[in-house]
Design a protein around this ligand. Structure first.
Ligand SMILES: O=C(O)C(=O)C[C@]1(C(=O)O)C=C[C@@H](O)C=C1
Length: 374
């Protein structure tokens, strides 16, 4: 057979498959009516397993592929049934009743001290707010929990260092709502107490993350690098000591705050050094024009279970922007998944998908739908 002839045959097969697929979806619709009348859940895992086993064993060398195809079809029929049955009433109500923004956002918890990058991100989002500073991420969540802070701001990811695992663990533990996000361009400078030639600096102090983000400059200039609890703490210490030959690696903002002189600007290894921050709240708020959705869930230890969830996003035309997996401490190699994707929950298809996943997946939480300053 020539290529054209084979393709012609493929077209004929596809034509023949389509009405059968549509007929199968109609059956799924009909089942939904019965499930509604009899109060049965959408998912019938036993029935699905029986179908997959039968198909898999009959498909010979393509057993795996056939199982995948049928598993996909059953995902689609479940999605259809969930939207017909209006699954996830509680989640629908929570989304419907969410406010647009907090009535009170006066005290916001963040990491470090005045002049820290978190402080800078906070000012970017809430210029007229009162920052409450904490020395660790757990303290920020605890402050939001106790009501000491109205909201909390946390770094979640850096373009060169990657995700902040500890923050994701806390997000999964507390499951507070995410109500905003922003990205800060992180530019480090070398700042000293007096205006000096950069070549006179022999020792630099900073947070280990900042030191590693400036490793090329440090090595090239043969500098002695010493760690500090934060970039702002380094700036404060340099201002207090007023010594020659030492400098802080910090933000321009921190240098100004502690009245230091910038001896060298932009010393980070990459010009595109960005950190992403989120804002957490105990209550759910969904601002107008929200374009980012976050959620988390865990998955049974089963072949293809993550694939099957991701296929549902693809079928709904949704674009995933982040996926993170974190081990569940009390279980052996079982994972919680955290997902970000572009979308708005007031879009019917998106809401239907969230409600379907809410019904089907263990430990599912919708975390929020918010705007993101890039
Ligand atoms: O048999 C059912 O209960 C159906 O809803 C149909 C179907 C399928 O597509 O085959 C869909 C969802 C269930 O989890 C099991 C099977």
């Amino acid at each position: 057979m020539t290529l054209e002839e084979i393709r012609k045959e493929i077209d004929q097969i596809d034509e023949a498959l389509l009405p059968l697929f549509l007929k199968r979806m109609e059956c799924a619709k009909a089942v939904a009516v019965i499930k509604k009348e009899t109060g049965q859940p959408v998912l019938n895992a036993e029935r699905e397993q029986a179908i997959l086993n039968r198909i898999g064993s009959r498909a010979g060398e393509f057993g795996g592929e056939a199982r995948m195809l049928y598993a996909n079809m059953m995902d689609m029929s479940r999605s259809l049934q969930h939207s017909l049955l209006g699954s996830g009433q509680e989640l629908r109500a929570a989304i419907r009743d969410a406010g647009v923004k907090p009535e009170k956002a006066e005290k916001i918890a963040c990491l470090g001290e005045i002049g820290s990058y978190s402080h800078e991100a906070l000012l970017q989002l809430y210029p007229h707010t009162f920052p409450l500073f904490y020395q660790d991420f757990g303290g920020i969540f605890a402050a939001v929990e106790s009501g000491e802070a109205d909201l909390g701001l946390l770094p979640v990811e850096n373009s060169s260092a990657g995700s902040v695992g500890e923050v994701y663990d806390l997000i999964l533990q507390y499951r507070y709502s995410i109500i905003a996000a922003t990205t800060l361009l992180v530019r480090h400078c070398m700042a000293s107490a007096k205006k000096v030639d950069p070549r006179s600096i022999r020792t630099v102090y900073s947070h280990p993350q900042a030191l590693s983000q400036c490793s090329v400059y440090i090595e090239k200039n043969d500098l002695h690098a010493l760690p500090c609890s934060s970039t702002a703490a380094a700036a404060q210490m340099i201002a207090q000591r007023q010594e020659a030959g030492i400098a802080a690696i910090c933000s321009e903002h921190a240098a100004k705050q502690y009245k230091l002189h910038i001896v060298q600007n932009d010393i980070q290894n990459t010009s595109n050094n960005r950190t992403r921050f989120i804002v957490i709240s105990r209550r759910l708020y969904i601002p107008d024009g929200a374009q980012k959705i976050s959620l988390c869930f865990s998955l049974p230890h089963k072949t293809g279970s993550l694939y099957s969830v991701l296929a549902r996003f693809a079928a709904a035309g949704l674009n995933l922007t982040k996926i993170e997996s974190r081990p569940i401490a009390e279980r052996n190699f079982e994972y919680d998944f955290y997902l970000d994707f572009t979308g708005n929950v007031h879009e019917e298809r998106t809401l239907n998908l969230l409600c379907a996943l809410n019904d089907e997946l263990p430990r599912f939480s919708f975390l929020g739908n918010y705007t993101e300053n890039e």
